[in-house]
Ligand binder design. Structure first.
Ligand code: K1U
Ligand code: ZN
Length: 173
């Protein structure tokens, strides 16, 4: 089921999310809905708070191009266990902040440990867009948005644009 994506500003996007105690069938259905919502948007990642679920769950698929097979990843309780010293800059977007993009600098490579859909621990090192995306999604679980890396003026300007967008969308309903 495709779920509505919350638009900034929304208090649910600022919350510290709760760890997932056990990967139950309900959690599996949540992950399925998140992947469907992400692919439909379309996006390359999605975190549970973006659909109003305050739990530590993210999904991602950063495969580029249609000739490559998709690689949907579901992570429960993801944790960064190592970050590279070298940094990389990427122009990030966010499904909760539509049509706004800004350069954000982050570690170029990260190692992440998480619990998979089968309830088992997994660990993998990510580079390139995967590394940027997993850091962006883990930030969501800690109530942080990519605009929090920007200066106050730019952040306020984007927030005002989003407030206007939400007013317009509410009027159309
Ligand atoms: O978390 C989100 O809001 C999803 C976000 C992930 C992300 C994008 C860029 C850098 C870091 C993290 C998105 O997916 S925004 C949409 C997007 O980037 C995209 C959409 C279609 C094709 C390719 C990219
Ligand atoms: Zn985002």
């Amino acid at each position: 089921m495709i779920r509505p994506i919350l638009i900034h500003p929304d208090p649910r996007l600022k919350k510290l999310c709760e760890p997932v105690a056990e990967v139950t069938a309900d959690m599996g259905r949540l992950a399925e809905d998140m992947l469907e919502t992400m692919y439909a948007a379309p996006g390359i990642g999605l975190a549970a708070p973006q659909i109003g679920v305050i739990k530590r769950v993210i999904v991602m698929d950063c495969v580029k191009g249609e000739d490559e097979a998709p690689r949907p990843l579901v992570m429960f309780n993801p944790e960064i266990t190592w970050s590279s010293e070298d940094l990389s800059t990427y122009e990030e977007g966010c499904l909760s902040i539509p049509d706004q993009y800004a350069e954000v600098q982050r570690p170029a490579e990260v190692r992440v440990r998480w619990t998979g859909l089968d309830g088992k621990p997994q660990e993998e090192q990510f580079a390139g867009l995967w590394a940027t995306c997993v850091q962006h999604e883990i930030d969501h679980l800690n109530g942080k948005l990519f605009i929090d890396y920007l200066g106050l003026m730019r952040r306020q300007m984007i927030t005002r644009k989003m407030e206007k967008l939400k007013r317009e969308r509410a009027r159309q309903e």
